[in-house]
Design a protein around this ligand. Structure first.
Ligand SMILES: Cc1cc2nc3c(=O)[nH]c(=O)nc-3n(C[C@H](O)[C@H](O)[C@H](O)COP(=O)(O)O)c2cc1C
Length: 193
């Protein structure tokens, strides 16, 4: 069992990476593999088509998704939003029913607005959203500061444990014959027709 961890920061080894790494370690303790996939830096360089294609292949082999983003002006990074707009359009069938959660990192404020945007991709796509015991955020301008955020680190670890539990529960359910909900074609209207 494996989780795809999306790093939406332009920095491959910054605060978002540090938070995702805490999640990766906690997943490993629970017997779940993971892979951090750096999206933000590559989108910034103009590699959107290649990044989306690679992520769409990766998610086929994964049982869960974590999307991490720094807070930019109280929103997710523009890079991760560009990525998610394409990724969720292309890979929706492989995302559906897989547990997902978003995390954000910021210096001071704006995380809840950022998380609100990210969580909407999951709820649009029938992905069970995993929670922790507070909003999924760490604080800091540098990885060193993030590692001093004891509450944030605990939030990341609990999130990983809850994600592990849900992934394993879904797997156990499959083995005992509980079927996924039957897929229904979407009724797509502009409210009138
Ligand atoms: C363009 C830009 C906008 C930012 N906006 C905010 C903000 O609204 N609130 C905040 O607390 N921090 C803000 N920050 C700081 C980052 O969110 C914060 O340092 C984050 O932890 C960086 O994560 P990273 O190292 O993964 O890129 C901003 C940083 C940049 C570069």
């Amino acid at each position: 069992m494996k989780v795809l961890l999306i790093n939406g920061s332009r920095k491959d080894n910054g605060c978002t990476f540090t938070a995702l790494n805490i999640i990766a370690e906690a997943l490993k303790e629970g017997g779940i593999d993971s892979q951090i996939f750096n999206v933000g830096s590559r989108i910034f360089k103009g590699e959107i088509e290649a990044v989306v294609k690679e992520a769409a292949e990766l998610i086929k082999t994964c049982d869960g998704l974590v999307v991490g983003s720094p807070v930019y002006y109280a929103s997710p990074s523009g890079e991760v939003v560009s990525f998610l707009d394409r990724f969720f359009g292309i890979a929706e069938a492989d995302l559906r029913y897989k547990p997902a959660c978003a995390i954000s990192t910021c210096r001071r404020a704006g995380n809840t607005a950022c998380l609100d945007v990210l969580n909407k991709y999951f709820t649009y796509s029938q992905m069970p959203v995993v929670s922790s015991r507070y909003w999924n955020e760490v604080h800091g301008s540098t990885p060193e500061q993030v590692l001093q955020d004891a509450e944030g680190i605990q939030i990341m670890k609990i999130l990983a444990k809850n994600l592990t539990w849900l992934i394993k529960s879904i797997e156990a359910g499959k083995k005992s014959g509980i079927e996924q909900p039957k897929f229904e074609e979407k009724i797509f209207t502009n409210f009138i027709r």
